[in-house]
Design a protein around this ligand. Structure first.
Ligand code: ATP
Ligand code: MG
Length: 588
């Protein structure tokens, strides 16, 4: 059906919306695809909804193609299943909770593992019923702490989530691989530049997982890739290879020294080089052990101080730390917290007081580089004093290790040792090996061949359907507007009639009908009293990949065909233009 600009429910804007931080948000609002209803909550307008449905159709086709079956759950869900899996609490403030008129608790589903698991449990009881993969395309609700970037991170958004149910590990592997392959097809059809990276499993639980990231400077996810092998991982999931244990038989005993006014690593290193110069080389920040204390706010409301020891040349990476401590939320360790923990001397905190068995009682987690035998300069727990030659394993131990130190370009690849490099991306999809976390929590078991009850193995697979619309724009736009990849564009061609000539409009009208008859969908700019300049600007902003201009050239029997992405234009004879455009659109 032809979309006519004269009647289309559309207002394009010349100005950027004030709250828009990223190009996709700016362009979706300016080109009249979405309107904000509340923070992180958007309405789709006709053009936007067309693109959204194109994306949805691709997702649906690829899921159906691997034999997954579509179901549809409610978004409004009872508390009990989420209580059983512990997520009513674990999800914390991210869940929209509400009560019905009788006072019963409900939530707006942030994700649906529990419901799927229970539905299968309700209906199936034998290995003969499996394997099974079911999915839905559903509106999800998460009270995100920082709804930003428009539909890229909404508080209401659409996700495709699917779940696989298998009895054996081999069958599960096949389900996982089928989803992975379907995702590759989907993301190719979206026209996205993307990478597949190893990921953390987060609140979903389970063992292994991979993420599909759209490569984008504005992405919130940082990933690293190896400059030599095919290793790629979300930075949260990078495992630092632990160095070998070192000999320390001839290490001197640890000794505390006066280091006045050295509360930062920089001041400490300068002081060491001045007052305690080494013979072999200068001291560097990497010789120091920095102890950072944070507060973990657990979902049950308790606040736990945690100390993290990292080499002084590295910062603690908030996201890596957050991912490790999930479902707890990381908060700052405040002045009041220091006052409540007098053993901690700000700027001079050391292993002497850290650890569950030591004075502070604070859990002390160490970077994997702090292996037995490594020697450190670190706080002496006295103002203006540090300890030198403190040997890990001899003089101190932690309560465990933690992957919280920043990962830097040039760090060694955990696979092959070559340098890593980092880039940014937008998480578009996530495939998880859930294992038996939910089936155990909710007791989903079936009888196997021997009549024995076995727990079902599950996988969970998400795609950000609404987010994809924005991510595609992040990948594909210029200073003039959006450039849609063909498969998701709201129309195949944008046909612009310019001038005042009745013949132009009649010809454009006829071409539109002929294009539609040839299977080419048309966004037809049939507005009578709008200048050509405004029409061209709108066409560039809206981003349909092929623009056809019927105007001045018509006197010579010519129509202009323009490629939105490259800017290439060519004049095509009027009687050849329909066949020409159909070829451009359909390929070949
Ligand atoms: P993120 O780290 O970006 O918050 P997530 O790890 O919470 O994502 P999942 O729970 O795995 O995401 O959800 C599956 C998919 O749903 C994600 O890969 C993403 O594409 C999409 N998604 C998640 N949160 C949002 C949101 N707030 N707005 C839009 N899409 C989202
Ligand atoms: Mg999230």
């Amino acid at each position: 059906m032809t979309l006519r600009m004269s009647t289309l429910f559309l207002r394009t804007l010349r100005e950027d919306p004030v709250d828009a931080e990223v190009p996709s948000h700016r362009l979706l609002v300016r080109a009249g695809y979405v309107r904000r209803a509340a923070p992180g909550i958007y309405s789709w307008l006709p053009l936007g909804y067309k693109v959204y449905r194109n994306v949805e159709a691709i997702v649906r086709e690829e899921m159906d193609a691997i034999g997954a079956q579509e179901v549809h759950f409610p978004a409004l869900l009872p508390r009990e299943p989420y209580e059983a899996s512990n997520r009513w609490m674990e999800y914390g403030d991210n869940v929209f909770r509400l009560k019905d008129r009788k006072g019963a608790d409900y939530l707006l589903g942030p994700t649906h593992e529990e419901m799927f698991t229970l539905l299968v449990k309700d209906l199936y009881s034998s290995y003969k019923d499996l394997p099974l993969s079911i999915y839905q395309i559903q509106t999800k609700y998460r009270d995100e702490p920082r709804p930003r970037a428009g539909i890229l991170r909404g508080r209401e958004f659409v996700m495709k989530d699917s779940y696989s149910f298998d009895v054996t590990d081999e069958d599960f592997k096949a389900s996982y691989d089928a989803h992975r392959a379907a995702y590759i097809k989907m993301f190719d059809r979206f026209g996205l530049d993307y990478v597949i990276v190893a990921a953390m499993s987060g609140a979903m639980g389970g063992s292994a997982s991979e993420e599909f990231l759209a490569i984008a400077e504005n992405g919130e996810d940082t990933y690293v890739r190896c400059t030599s092998c095919d290793y790629a991982a979300n930075v949260e999931a990078v495992r630092v290879p632990a160095p070998a244990v070192q000999e320390y038989d001839d290490a001197p005993a640890a000794h505390a020294e006066n280091t006045p006014d050295t509360p930062t690593i920089e001041t400490l290193v300068d002081h060491l080089n001045e007052k305690f110069p080494r013979e072999d080389r200068a001291w560097t920040a990497a010789d120091t052990l920095k102890n950072v204390v944070v507060t973990a706010a657990h979902p049950d409301g308790t606040r736990e101080p945690i100390a993290i020891g990292v080499p002084g040349d590295r910062e603690v990476d908030e996201k890596r730390l957050g991912a490790q401590l999930e479902p707890a939320e990381v908060q700052a360790f405040t002045e009041a917290d220091f006052a409540a923990n007098p053993a901690l001397k700000k700027g001079y905190i050391g292993p002497g007081v850290l650890g569950e068995k030591r004075e502070s009682g604070i859990r002390y987690l160490l970077d994997p580089r702090v292996v037995e035998g490594t020697r450190w300069v670190t706080g002496a727990d006295v103002d203006g004093s540090h300890v030198l030659d403190l040997v890990a394993g001899r003089d101190f131990t932690g309560d465990g290790t933690i992957e919280a130190a920043e990962v830097r370009d040039g760090d060694a690849c955990p696979n092959c040792g070559s340098p890593l490099e980092s880039a940014r991306g937008i998480e578009m999809g996530h495939i998880f090996q859930l294992g038996r976390k939910y089936s155990e929590a909710l007791d989903l078991r079936v009888l196997d061949q021997n009549g024995k009850l076995v727990t079902v193995t599950m996988g969970s697979y998400g795609v950000g359907v609404s987010r994809a619309v924005a991510a595609i724009i992040e990948n594909s736009h210029d200073e003039l507007g959006i450039i849609w990849p063909r498969e998701v564009s709201p129309a195949d061609v944008h046909l612009v009639a310019t001038g005042k000539d009745a013949e132009v409009f009649e010809t454009a009208e006829r071409l539109t009908a002929e294009l539609e008859a040839a299977g080419v969908s048309v966004l037809f700019d049939d507005r009578q009293k709008v200048s050509p300049g405004v029409k061209f600007k709108d066409a560039e902003l809206i981003g349909v990949p092929t623009i056809v201009v019927v105007g001045k050239g018509l006197a010579d029997g010519q129509v202009e065909v323009k490629d939105r992405a490259t800017g290439d234009r060519e004049n095509v004879a009027l009687d050849a233009v329909v066949a020409h455009v159909a070829r451009v659109v359909h390929g070949g």
